[in-house]
Design a protein around this ligand. Structure first.
Ligand SMILES: Nc1nc2c(ncn2[C@@H]2O[C@H](COP(=O)(O)OP(=O)(O)OP(=O)(O)O)[C@@H](O)[C@H]2O)c(=O)[nH]1
Length: 602
């Protein structure tokens, strides 16, 4: 035995066995036969050079010499060998057979090209293989030697091309290169075997080939921008596809294509997971920013907008739209915030001036009092009337001066107070503009009224106010009459114009505290705070009248637009949906009663 020959003379087999177990235990390796043999051989310095392992190792190394991608599998074989993972080795063998040896591997592609072939090319004679060629079935040759001049059915060949194979179009012409069923057993080299005959590639096959090449280079190239290794593989495959004219070459393409698809699938899964994680992270960030921004209410609109976007299905256009409106709002808010800061600095400066003036007034009065004290003393010590007169003149002059000073200070203080007041008003104005900005992203892009999201916010605010102040709150649901006919007759742009016109008229007619929102296509909801039902009906009727006065113009034509409306008064604790439902029922009544009218909900 080789082990015995090589083992150190000082150690008996029993010693080596003991040492083997000791090392296995130290390395915490289970004493399986393979592990035992490895360590044993490590101690003796011997390696088993014979047996099936040697054959399998030689097989793997000859595979490594191949140029084709069968050679790539050698790495897997070697890895399995090193680990003595025979199951893995077996799997790799199966893969090798499936990818390179199974004649049916290309069946679907072959069938497709057969179907597409023109009938006149579908029949072709077969010729015999040259005689006297040694059968490949005698053994497995894996080296990249001269290609065997034999049809694949007679032996197993892993080389890419067969010398005798015709250059192109065999399958496309509907001629099977080999009989689909493998007939290995019993075939002798002397027996004539059908060999493919070259035929020109059909147009359809050319087209399919071109499409595959385009898909691999252009489509996959741009889809896999972030995976350069896959792009390279895809391009290499495209180049092989261009030149693959034989069945083995096509088999090879098919196998590589399958592998590429598998890798892309794996990469796509990774990307989808990364995408998901990124979204979750973003969502988390937004939730927390929302928490931090309780006081910065003007930013909450933007945060809510992005959150809504993330909650729905993502699309390029939705992302672009959200980015566009956010950018706009952020820019406008930036400008407003700057003005706000400036206004606050102005107020601060004015307050400082005000206090300075107060100080000056106090100082002037203090000085005056002191002087008066001095005059009192002078008067008591005056010796005659002339002296007394002179002192009185001084008193009069100082008093007049102090009076003028006091008046001037008073005027200045009044002016400063006025300026502070104005600056404060400006600040409030800017702040409410910022608030409006936040609602901008909650606007309907076409009409400039609130959208559904904006409506929800505004409604909530008004309900809270009405509850707090115990004031009535009404809603009116408006629907343009025969709007479809207007669209159909004058076009969609006219329809859009009518919607814009309606909102303008409504806004002009309503109070600033009223809220107008686009509820659906040509439906609008008006929220009327502090309004009882009869007044709400009157208000909506006034809008109808206004609409007949301010006629909508389209292409220099006067178009009369009318609407029907249902008005409802909110009951205590009534939910928004219930209230709107009642308004909707009233609107339906108005439509049924002949349109262009307002109906109050019961
Ligand atoms: N131009 C334009 N048309 C819209 C818009 N949204 C919805 N519409 C159209 O509004 C029309 C509504 O039609 P209908 O629901 O039949 O209502 P109608 O014609 O007003 O009929 P009545 O309500 O019974 O008076 C449809 O043709 C929609 O295509 C929009 O934003 N712009």
């Amino acid at each position: 035995m080789q082990d015995k020959d090589k083992k150190p003379e000082t150690q008996s087999p029993a010693d080596i066995a003991r040492e083997t177990f000791r090392r296995l235990a130290m390395r915490r390796v289970a004493p399986t036969p393979d592990a035992y043999r490895d360590v044993y051989e490590e101690i003796t310095g011997a390696r088993s050079e014979s047996g099936p392992e040697k054959i399998l190792a030689e097989f793997a190394s000859s595979l490594a010499n191949l140029r084709s991608d069968a050679g790539d599998l050698a790495v897997h074989f070697n890895r399995a060998l090193q680990k003595r993972d025979w199951e893995d080795y077996g799997n790799n063998l199966s893969k090798l057979v499936e990818l390179h040896l199974v004649p049916g591997a290309l069946e679907p592609a072959t069938k497709a090209s057969t179907d597409l072939a023109t009938p006149d090319k579908a029949v072709a004679p077969t010729v015999s293989a040259p005689a006297g060629i040694p059968p490949r079935s005698a053994g497995i040759s894996l080296v990249d030697e001269a290609p065997p001049k034999v049809s694949p059915i007679r032996g197993i060949s892993l080389v890419d091309e067969i010398e005798a194979t015709p250059p192109a179009g065999l399958k496309s012409a509907g001629i099977p290169l080999v009989d689909a069923t493998p007939k290995v057993s019993g075939a002798s080299s002397a027996v004539p075997v059908p060999v493919p005959v070259p035929a020109p590639e059909s147009k359809q096959l050319q087209l399919l080939r071109d499409l595959l090449v385009r898909t691999l280079t252009l489509a996959l190239g741009s889809l896999l921008r972030n995976a350069p290794d896959l792009v390279e593989e895809s391009e290499m495959l495209a180049s092989s596809t261009r030149n693959a004219n034989t069945e083995p070459a096509l088999n090879n393409i098919s196998a590589r294509l399958k592998q590429l698809c598998f890798k892309i699938e794996l990469r796509a899964d990774d990307l989808a997971e990364e995408h998901e994680l990124l979204l979750r992270l973003f969502q988390l960030l937004l939730e927390n920013v929302g928490e931090l921004l309780e006081d910065d209410s003007w930013l909450s609109g933007q945060v809510a907008n992005v959150q809504d976007l993330l909650a729905g299905p993502l699309s390029r256009s939705a992302l672009l739209e959200a980015t566009r409106s956010l950018k706009e709002v952020i820019y406008k808010q930036g400008v407003l915030k700057h003005s706000l800061k400036e206004a606050k600095v102005t107020v601060k400066n004015m307050m400082i001036t005000f206090i300075d003036r107060l100080g000056a007034v106090a100082a002037t009065t203090g000085d005056f009092h002191e002087r008066m004290g001095g005059y009192t003393q002078k008067i008591s010590q005056a010796k005659n009337i002339i002296e007394l007169n002179a002192i009185l003149d001084d008193v009069m002059r100082d008093t007049k001066q102090a009076q003028a000073e006091a008046l001037r200070s008073r005027d200045e203080m009044m002016a400063v107070r006025q300026e502070v007041q104005e600056a404060e008003n400006r600040i409030h104005e800017l702040e409410s503009k910022l608030q409006e900005m936040s609602e901008l992203v909650r606007e309907d892009q076409l009409t400039g009224s609130l959208n559904r999201r904006g409506l929800d916010d505004a409604y909530e605010r008004e309900v809270a106010r009405a509850t707090r102040r115990k004031t009535p709150l009404c809603v009116a649901l408006l629907d343009l009459d025969d709007f479809k006919r207007l669209n159909d007759t004058y076009g969609h742009t006219a329809g859009d114009g009518a919607l814009i016109h309606l909102v303008r008229v409504i806004k002009d007619t309503l109070r600033t505290m009223d809220v107008i929102a686009r509820f659906g296509g040509e439906e609008f909801l008006i929220v009327l705070p502090e309004t009882p039902l009869d007044e709400a009906v009157q208000t909506v009727t006034r809008i109808q009248r206004e609409l007949t006065k301010q006629i909508f113009m389209h292409d220099n034509q006067k178009l009369l637009i009318t609407f029907s409306a249902g008005v409802a008064l909110r009951r205590d604790d009534e939910a928004q949906t219930d209230l709107i439902k009642r308004a909707d029922e009233a609107l339906y009544e108005a439509k049924r009663a002949g349109k262009n009218r307002v109906v109050a909900a019961s």
